[in-house]
Design a protein around this ligand. Structure first.
Ligand SMILES: NC(=O)c1ccc[n+]([C@@H]2O[C@H](COP(=O)([O-])OP(=O)(O)OC[C@H]3O[C@@H](n4cnc5c(N)ncnc54)[C@H](O)[C@@H]3O)[C@@H](O)[C@H]2O)c1
Length: 242
């Protein structure tokens, strides 16, 4: 494996499981000192990865987290905004509760904003940095019964673009990755029939894997992508090409 993040300091939100855990493994495997921020404790302990409990929707907790990382490590080179929730309701818009709407926006959209708002001043002070937001194929395409999630992922994509143009001259690159269905805990309660239907939508005949998303995140956050900013990159096994 490359060592593209040797000596770098990274924060990965929602890093206790799934795609976030894979991002931590990848960045750490390539030399970064990684801080995992999540509501739950990580399923797997990776030596040299620090866990800090934090709700990304809570701006006071986010400010404290970022201050602690900067105090301990002096700077933040990479931020991966991955914490997310889909909410539990699978209903149409007229049946959707405000509680689900607010929860999903507060974690996915507000949480991403809160993290960017807290981290960017330190990247400006350091002369640059990299942010990758884990959005979704749902930033581009709608499916029924997921309006709050889709709206939040659309917001994350535009926050990515807004940030990219605002900070392009400050050497801060901001990109989004947009995975299709990926094999994580998100699928735990999916019936075998529904899973089969999901797989059938992907020309490759399989779902994505967390480490595949992590590889794209690492590429975008690395020095190998100096001219890439404001992008939203699908990783979907050909689903949106079909
Ligand atoms: N798995 C997929 O099919 C898929 C597809 C597209 C996009 N995504 C996105 O990828 C990201 C990771 O999802 P995943 O599939 O790995 O799911 P996951 O449930 O395994 O991981 C999400 C993590 O976010 C944490 N989290 C939730 N709310 C939080 C909060 N308020 N503060 C801090 N941490 C919080 C959870 O505790 C969990 O560890 C999410 O943003 C999700 O929307 C997933």
């Amino acid at each position: 494996m490359n060592r593209r993040f040797e000596g770098k300091i990274a924060i990965v939100t929602g890093g206790a499981s799934g795609i976030g855990a894979a991002c931590i493994e990848r960045l750490n495997g390539e030399g970064a000192k990684v801080v995992c921020c999540d509501l739950q404790t990580p399923q797997r302990v990776v030596p040299d990865v620090e866990f800090l409990s934090c709700n990304v929707a809570d701006e006071v907790a986010v400010a404290a987290l970022v201050a602690k990382v900067v105090e301990e490590h002096g700077r933040i080179d990479v931020l991966v905004n991955n914490a997310g929730t889909a909410g539990r309701e699978q209903v149409r818009i007229h049946e959707l509760s405000f509680a689900t709407w607010d929860l999903v926006q507060s974690v996915n959209a507000r949480g991403t904003f809160a993290m960017m708002r807290a981290v960017i001043p330190h990247m400006l002070a350091a002369g640059g940095g990299n942010i990758v937001n884990v959005a979704s194929i749902g930033s581009f395409r709608a499916t029924p019964m997921a309006a709050s999630y889709l709206a939040s992922k659309g917001a994350m994509m535009m926050l990515t673009r807004a940030g990219a143009v605002e900070y392009a001259k400050d050497n801060i690159r901001i990109n989004a990755v947009c995975p299709s269905t990926t094999e994580t805990a998100i699928l735990e309660h999916t019936s075998p029939e529904a899973l089969e239907r999901l797989v059938a939508r992907h020309p490759q005949g399989r779902l994505g894997r967390p480490e595949e998303v992590a590889a794209l995140v690492a590429f975008l956050a690395s020095g190998e992508a100096p001219h890439i900013t404001g992008g939203a990159y699908l990783i979907d096994g050909g689903r949106s090409a079909a």
